[in-house]
Ligand binder design. Structure first.
Ligand code: 5RP
Length: 234
């Protein structure tokens, strides 16, 4: 039996990408970095989607042999849609990874996870030799936490315990992320829940302390990582 994979699934945001023109220009800029034979990690979000589209165009036109390790179902679907060959972290280590971000501070610390794929994105970033973060100008903030809370992914059975520990770490607001368009909480691709948490101060120490709580899978804080920011002007 022939295995068909001509999916026509489209993410609900692809028609309404905010700052689309800027993101397309950044996507083309990053796609230029790809070289023959490379394995590339892809995070998720609309900028990643546009970068995958730009990468697919180069692969097609230049007949490049490039494989991608996606960090989410959404990015997996995008690769299938654009005809980009896939591989996994079990088989390959990425030569480099690219991802978007929700906020970037002057020291290049990141806040991520609005799309809920933070755990696999962090895993991919940690596994890569080099990391590029593709962001339009709206993502630059003087202080992380300006526009968004910190997402914390956790094992569902640990909800009460984790929430209490998060309050003890100095949270000022804790919200269980609701599912879009239906009752109940959002369930991540890993079968977990997400708490969106506001803190007065965000730091690398706080990232470590959140991670140390039993039941926490990962947080959306990426503090002090070695990564390069790619935007229109940088
Ligand atoms: C998902 C993320 C995304 O990278 C972040 O939300 C950026 O998205 P976009 O490129 O659509 O602005 O962290 O978990």
């Amino acid at each position: 039996m022939k295995w068909k994979n001509n999916f026509s699934v489209q993410s609900d945001w692809t028609d309404v990408i905010v700052n689309r023109e800027a993101k397309e220009a950044i996507a083309r800029k990053l796609a230029e970095r790809a070289k023959e034979g490379e394995t590339i990690g892809a995070g998720s979000g609309s900028t990643v989607y546009l970068t995958l589209e730009a990468l697919a165009e180069r692969i097609r036109k230049e007949n490049l042999h490039i494989t991608v390790i996606p960090a989410s179902f959404e990015s997996t679907m995008a690769c299938l849609r654009f005809g980009i060959p896939l591989t996994t972290l079990w088989e390959k280590r990425p030569d480099w990874t690219f991802d978007g971000a929700d906020e970037v501070d002057p020291e290049h610390n990141l806040l991520k996870g609005r799309g809920g794929a933070l755990f696999q994105e962090k895993l991919l970033i940690r596994s890569s030799k080099e990391v590029y973060i593709v962001v339009d100008e709206s993502k630059f903030v003087s202080r992380l936490g300006t526009n968004f809370p910190v997402p914390v992914e956790l094992f569902p059975g640990a909800l009460a315990y984790v929430e209490n520990c998060i309050w003890e770490l100095g949270a000022t607001e804790v919200t269980l992320r609701p599912a879009k368009g239906k009752d109940g909480p959002v369930i991540t691709e890993n079968g977990n829940l997400i708490l969106d948490v506001r803190f007065e101060q965000l730091s690398a120490d706080l990232e470590r302390k959140i991670k140390a709580v039993t039941g926490v899978i990962e947080s959306g804080l990426f503090m002090g990582y070695c990564l390069k920011i790619i935007s229109l002007n940088r």
